[in-house]
Design a binder for this molecule. Sequence first.
Ligand code: 3QA
Length: 231
Amino acid sequence: MKIAIMGAMPEEVAPILESLDDVVEVNYAKNKYFKAKYKDIDVVVAYSKIGKVFSTLTASTMLQMFACDMLLFTGVAGAVNSKLQIGDLVVASKLAQHDLDITIFGHPHGYVPEGSVYVESDRDLTALSKIVASEMGIDVKEGIIATGDQFIASEERKGFIAETFKADALEMEGASVAVVCDALGVPFFILRSISDSADMDAGFNFEEFVESSAKVSAKFLMKMIDKLAGA
Ligand code: 3QA
């Protein structure tokens, strides 16, 4: 087993890298990939940079160049569901691209021919996350994540995403990573901890909470990797 562990920003993968041994940096396609061992398993860690294009490139590289056979994403997100508070964890049940729009031709938002509005996550990894959550005695919400190349800081845009996609959280990489994994038949898991509520205060809250929420997500992901390593 070789596990890809991805984030978008340095803050999102830093806590992961701290937990690994024998880290070797490899440069490829203008990005850094960290090959390492955790217990008995091989892992490759990278942050893609922000957005759907960079995350597509990184996910594809992780699977095709580094031959990873599972992909786990850790990071932060804006809350859409008003029950979600800063620091809460969300596991994607399925993901959609909220900014993909050829609706003028009668297609639904997020859809292009031969694609699908939603990409569904791996059931086994989702089930594993529930076990880990109950062992840790914490609540992890399973919900829909909407992805787009926009930092959302408006009630209006958030409302559109909530209504159109029934989304619980939003971010800028999950759905593109999901499309890559789905196309290549590799199980994936997208985990996010809330850093803001995609509203007027989002910029301010994001800056204040990105680091602490990124740590919450990374810590949970490491517990999942413990299970995958059979510990
Ligand atoms: C956006 C990061 C991108 O990788 C998506 C954070 C948290 N809140 C969000 C929101 N809308 C969309 N996405 C998110 N991530 C941060 S750009 C600022 C970078 O500053 C999830 C996310 N409301 C770097 C320093 O200049």
